[in-house]
Design a protein around this ligand. Structure first.
Ligand SMILES: Cc1cc2nc3c(=O)[nH]c(=O)nc-3n(C[C@H](O)[C@H](O)[C@H](O)COP(=O)(O)O)c2cc1C
Length: 165
């Protein structure tokens, strides 16, 4: 009985979507948790994981949708923890066909390679691993708290929650 109940409970709280983020100064981390809250308020659970703790098993597990979120540093590169995650999964290149993918970048358009990380992420998880791109990439320019960024984030999440399971 206890086992039966715990299985039911786990099924109820199991999220179908995993958001993996890389963040150096906390901006992407903050946005990741905001997305989780906004989505939860609309009835969709999203699990959030720091790229530091993410590995191949996260991609090959039961999730049907992924949100990959990274800031850009060092002339267009993904944030270091996200870059390390990419390195960990690149060797085996799991097939993500049938899995939904959304991509979020934080950056600053004063830099030449604005949100360059989104291009690297798209190339890998969609181009090479065959994930299904379900929504245009969101690129946050500057502080996430700025009104235009808040509006862009809200509009993006409104669309996203309709597309993920
Ligand atoms: C030294 C430095 C290099 C940066 N390089 C880029 C860049 O090449 N492209 C870009 O779009 N943003 C760049 N940024 C902006 C950061 O990506 C932006 O501040 C972001 O919000 C940081 O998010 P995080 O705290 O989640 O890491 C750079 C910022 C700094 C301080």
């Amino acid at each position: 009985m206890v086992n039966y109940l715990s299985i039911c409970y786990n099924e109820n709280i199991m999220a179908n979507t995993l958001l993996i983020y890389g963040s150096l100064t906390g901006n992407t981390e903050g946005v990741a948790h905001k997305i989780q809250e906004m989505s939860q308020a609309r009835g969709k659970e999203i699990e959030v994981k720091n790229a530091l703790d993410a590995d191949l098993a996260d991609l090959t597990g039961p999730y049907s949708s992924f949100i990959f979120a990274s800031s850009t540093w060092d002339d267009g590169l993904p944030q270091a923890d996200f870059a390390d995650f990419i390195e960990r999964v690149s060797a085996s290149k799991p097939n993500l066909s049938g899995k939904k993918v959304a991509i979020l970048g934080l950056g600053d358009s004063n830099y030449v390679h604005f949100c360059g990380a989104t291009e690297t992420i798209e190339q890998l998880f969609i181009g090479e691993m065959a994930g299904q791109k379900i929504i245009e990439n969101l690129r946050i320019d500057g502080y996430p708290e700025m009104e235009e960024n808040q509006t862009a984030l809200k509009n993006w999440v409104d669309k996203l929650v309709e597309l993920i399971d």
